[in-house]
Design a protein around this ligand. Structure first.
Ligand code: PAF
Length: 296
């Protein structure tokens, strides 16, 4: 069985077999299980998901697995921040009962040959510049959900497209789990918390903080009747003059299916259907963010 939890560490499972034994013993006692998948380098955003899980279930499992299948060869797999001991201490404080820490061999044993692809949704926005990404995410999340078999699983709205891809996969494959989104947690200047913020130099960090203000004013303009295309283009120009090196996308989309809203103005009655999505590059770091138009 898993190593025992102490006051400062949760119990840890490193094998699927051990994870399943723990979860099935809880289920036998009628306990509801929530699952929070992560890649570690935990920050308050992740911990808020664990706390949400705690409020919705009797037992909370969190996984830490840096999934090689969602990184392209030129991306940051090798340098992705790793800090197991600190992460475990944070998890126990946030209310996690069991940490699942498989290694790559446990997840993708010799001869592994199955992929999950969620068409449509995966090809847009981040999928355009990271074509490998959502296939890698869908594959590992499908495996993690099958391994853990939780009642609910929680994913951050910071990765909103990922959340929709996972919801679609779960619906399409009839997986018996409810997927719940947790709100974005922000730094004081509004920068969405992300493990990749650690890559930013202090000058880059200062620039990164401006994203929130530029997104918020674009939202306010569109919500008060400004032309969508004009507003998005002006905001993109502002990002570039304020120090961002590149804007991958800065777009208004329907929150249900990510379809484009790019013409004319947005009627007040439709505000609640829209979300602003941004991906920007500063130096070597790519940051993503998104915001609802109505504040809900
Ligand atoms: O959002 C993440 O941290 C990852 O994409 C996830 C969902 C844990 C899959 O590796």
């Amino acid at each position: 069985m898993s190593s025992h939890s102490s006051d400062s560490m949760p119990a840890v499972s490193r094998s699927v077999k051990d994870l399943r034994e723990n979860v099935s013993s809880w289920r036998k006692h009628g306990l509801k299980v929530a699952f929070v998948p992560t890649m570690g380098a935990l920050h308050e955003g992740h911990l808020s998901l664990v706390e949400l899980a705690r409020n919705k279930a009797d037992k909370v499992v969190a996984s830490i697995f840096i999934n090689p299948r969602q990184f392209a060869a030129h991306e940051d797999l090798d340098t992705y921040p790793r800090n197991e001991t600190e992460d475990l201490m944070k998890l126990v404080t946030a209310g996690c009962d069991l940490a699942f820490l498989p290694d790559a061999e446990e997840m993708y044993p010799q001869g592994y040959s199955t992929s999950v692809a969620v068409d449509g949704l995966s090809r847009d926005l981040c999928g355009l510049s990271r074509p490998h990404f959502f296939g890698g995410v869908a594959t590992v999340v499908c495996k993690l959900l099958n391994q853990c078999q939780p009642d609910i699983a929680i994913f951050g709205e910071k990765d909103y497209q990922q959340l929709l891809v996972i919801k679609r996969m779960v619906r399409d494959l009839d997986m018996p789990v409810s997927i719940i989104g947790g709100p974005i947690i922000r730094e004081e200047d509004g920068l969405a918390m992300s493990s990749r913020n650690a890559y930013l130099s202090s000058a880059e960090r200062e620039v990164a903080g401006k994203l929130n203000r530029i997104m918020t004013s674009a939202i306010n303009e569109i919500a008060t009747g400004a032309d969508i295309q004009v507003t998005l283009q002006r905001a993109t120009n502002t990002l570039l003059t304020e120090g961002f090196d590149r804007v991958d996308y800065f777009e208004l989309r329907r929150k249900a299916d990510l379809s484009f809203i790019d013409k004319g103005t947005l009627p007040a009655a439709q505000l609640d259907t829209a979300r602003l999505f941004a991906a920007v590059i500063i130096g070597k770091t790519r940051l993503i963010d998104n915001m609802p138009l109505s504040g809900t």
